[in-house]
Each structure stands twice: as C-alpha cells, then as structure tokens.
Design a protein around this ligand. Structure first.
Ligand SMILES: CC(C)(COP(=O)(O)OP(=O)(O)OC[C@H]1O[C@@H](n2cnc3c(N)ncnc32)[C@H](O)[C@@H]1OP(=O)(O)O)[C@@H](O)C(=O)NCCC(=O)NCCS
Length: 153
C-alpha cells in the first residue's frame, strides 16, 4: 500500500473552515472562534502551519511572535484523534524550534491545562520544563501550567 506524503506548510485562507472544525474537535469549549482562526491564519504576525497527510490536514501549530521578548510562544497545537500517535505533534514542535532559532529566540513557551496529561507528557519528552502556574486560567476553572524549553542558537 502506498503511504501518504506528510508535509508541513503555511495555512492558507482556503484551510480556515477545516482548521475551525479541527479546533472544535480538539478543544471543545476552549476552541477558538471562526474569526480567531481566520485572524491567526491570515493576519496575525505569528505563524500558522498545517501538517498534511496526503490531501488531509491532520493537525496544526500556531506560534505568536512578540518583539519585546526572547521567547516564542506556542499558542496552539492540535492533531486530530485519528492521526494521533504518529509523532505529528513532535514534527510540528520541531518546526517551532527551527522558527525560534531563525528568529534568534532563546526559548519556546506555552500554557497547558494541568489536566492535559497527553500534552504535558509530550512537552516533557521534548524538553519543556514547568516554570509556573496560572491559577483558574481556563473556562472550566482549571489551572494552566506554564512550560518553557530552551532553544540552542
Ligand atoms: C497533544 C497532541 C497534540 C499530541 O499529538 P500526537 O501527534 O498524537 O503526538 P505525538 O504522536 O507526536 O506524540 C508524541 C508523544 O506525546 C506523548 N503522548 C501523545 N499521546 C499520548 C497519550 N495518549 N498518552 C500519553 N502520552 C501521549 C507521548 O510522550 C508521545 O511519545 P511516544 O509516541 O514516544 O510515546 C494531541 O493529543 C492533541 O491534539 N490533543 C488535543 C489538543 C491539545 O490538547 N493540544 C495541546 C494543547 S496545549
């Protein structure tokens, strides 16, 4: 059987309805609105990359840049359930590391729910460390773990 080609490319306007569907399936009540997805993919100064398997979008990563900090923020990361466990999140995060290096940033940072064990395990495996807690950060009242990973120049 032929295996589908896996690629990472920038999101386009045509992707936004599918990206919105992925958001809703992966994040439920915490998902971005259609407008937010459109803004992040098309207008923000950050990066919105999609990982495709064949013709299908399997997941995405959103990075936000801020000029006054040496850290690049991983704002969102998601892989559809049917594509999980194939190291796609790791590949997307690798792209974030390269982007940070390209921008001369010295670290990546992100927030993740204290209950999101899969994601926390992934981040720890990739070298992220817990640097703080934001109490009651999410709509359900749960805390956010603030995690950072150093990026070599
Ligand atoms: C977290 C998420 C992005 C992982 O995507 P993925 O493509 O399946 O991840 P990978 O295949 O790259 O997994 C790499 C590592 O993550 C961890 N991991 C992934 N799924 C896991 C699970 N179900 N249980 C425990 N650890 C898990 C493991 O350490 C795994 O390494 P291994 O394959 O060597 O065991 C995906 O589950 C997801 O989209 N979840 C919903 C959205 C979300 O929570 N995003 C993060 C918000 S901060």
């Amino acid at each position: 059987m032929e295996t589908s080609k896996v690629m990472i490319r920038p999101a386009t306007k045509a992707d936004t309805p599918e990206l919105f569907r992925i958001e809703q399936r992966c994040f439920d009540s915490e998902s971005f609105s259609r407008r937010q997805v459109n803004y992040l993919a098309m207008q923000s100064s950050g990066k919105f990359w999609v990982l495709t398997e064949g013709e299908k979008i399997a997941g995405f990563i959103v990075l936000l840049q801020r000029t006054n900090t040496q850290a690049l923020r991983v704002y969102s990361l998601a892989v559809l359930p049917e594509f999980r466990g194939k190291k796609y999140a790791q590949q997307l995060m690798q792209k974030a590391v390269l982007q940070a290096q390209e921008e001369g940033k010295d670290r990546l940072y992100l927030e993740v729910s204290e209950h999101n064990h899969e994601a926390i395990q992934l981040y720890q495996k990739l070298g992220f460390e817990l640097t703080g807690i934001r109490p009651r950060y999410y709509r359900d009242g749960s805390n956010a773990c603030l995690m950072e990973k150093k990026v070599e120049a």
